[in-house]
Design a protein around this ligand. Structure first.
Ligand code: A3P
Length: 320
């Protein structure tokens, strides 16, 4: 097993136990830390990472609010960066879940396995769901590139609700959707409030567009070719005219597509590295489209959530 010499997580228990606690998304327990509801499971790693993470100038970060298309973006960024290394018919993404190819740094730190991150060869692709204000400072001071993906909050909520239902033990009923809706609207949800999360990265992308690429899940669905080319260019791995002619962009899109990833054995039956909760790789794939909120919300609920989103984003130049 990798990480044979794990560094034990530093002991931040005293601080963590003083932070406000919410258990409405049980079994997830979220604590409010500097304005955001961070899952308790990720907090030790967050604090450890803030103190000890050593950024490298060529690190690339894939960042998001959960359930916004992280898995897809991880796969795309990884496939773009490694396309010269592996043929598409023998690619690591055919055998590994995208979360294994692009690790979630705070969770790795929480498990006491920071050396795994330190041992990764450069250039690294790294991930976290932390908001911009909670990232280790060295990521910004070294001017590391960041790709952020956001999604219609209504679809994020539906996706989160299903994901959370999958985490609940058999003895637990699913959270009533109306309760999940109310908690989400109040900002009480993992890494919430979503609007502040999105806005922090949006504003950063406006200030430093050459370093922060801001994407929307819906745009990725609508125009994959344009977005994947833009992504590769931003990452510093642009497709050459020959590659474009040979259909390499399309091959990347195909390899990372919902249908391809869900057809793979590793994503049907594999398990994610979270031993204490029953999370299987297929939890990261459900419908993979836009607009499923229509099947779960009344139009009144949708209007309410849209209104909050409009109010929160007002004046920012961003619409969701
Ligand atoms: P749904 O639950 O609406 O289907 P995250 O990766 O941030 O956890 O987000 C999960 C959402 O992205 C899920 O949305 C999932 O189905 C969707 N998704 C995962 N892989 C995808 C892919 N390759 N293409 C499009 N959507 C994908």
């Amino acid at each position: 097993k990798k990480g044979a010499d794990p560094r034990p997580p530093s002991n931040y228990t005293d601080l963590i136990s003083t932070l406000p606690l919410e258990e409405g998304w049980a079994p997830m327990r979220n604590r409010k830390y500097q304005g955001f509801w961070i899952p308790q499971r990720a907090l030790t790693g967050t604090l450890d990472m803030q103190q000890n993470f050593k950024a490298r100038p060529d690190d690339l970060w894939v960042l998001s609010y959960p359930k916004s298309g992280t898995t897809w973006l991880k796969a795309l960024a990884y496939a773009i960066m490694t396309r010269a290394q592996y043929p598409f018919h023998h690619h690591p993404l055919l055998r590994q879940n995208p979360h294994e190819c692009v690790p979630m740094v705070d969770r790795t730190y929480s498990r006491g396995q920071a050396p795994e991150i330190e041992a990764m060869p450069s250039p690294r692709i790294l991930n976290t769901h932390l908001p911009c204000s909670l990232l280790p400072h060295t990521i910004k001071s070294l001017d590391c590139k960041v790709i952020y993906v956001c999604r219609d909050p209504k679809d994020v909520l539906v996706s989160l609700w299903y994901f959370n239902n999958g985490l609940r033990l058999q003895s637990m009923e699913p959270i009533p959707f109306t309760k999940a809706f109310e908690m989400f609207c109040e900002g009480n949800c993992p890494y919430g409030p979503i609007w502040e999360h999105v806005l922090e990265y949006w504003e950063e992308s406006q200030r430093r567009p050459e370093k922060v690429l801001f994407l929307k899940y819906e745009e990725m669905l609508e125009e994959p070719l344009r977005i994947v080319k833009r992504l590769a260019e931003f990452m510093g791995y642009p497709f050459s005219p020959e590659e474009e002619k040979e259909g390499v962009v399309e091959e990347v899109i195909e390899l990372c597509s919902f249908d391809k990833l869900t057809s793979l054995e590793v994503n049907k039956t594999g398990k994610v590295l979270l031993p204490s909760i029953p999370l299987t790789n297929n939890s990261f794939f459900r419908k993979g489209g836009a607009g499923d909120w229509r099947n779960h919300m009344s139009s009144e609920m949708a209007r309410k959530l849209d209104r909050i989103t409009e109010q929160k984003l007002e004046g920012s130049g961003l619409t969701l």
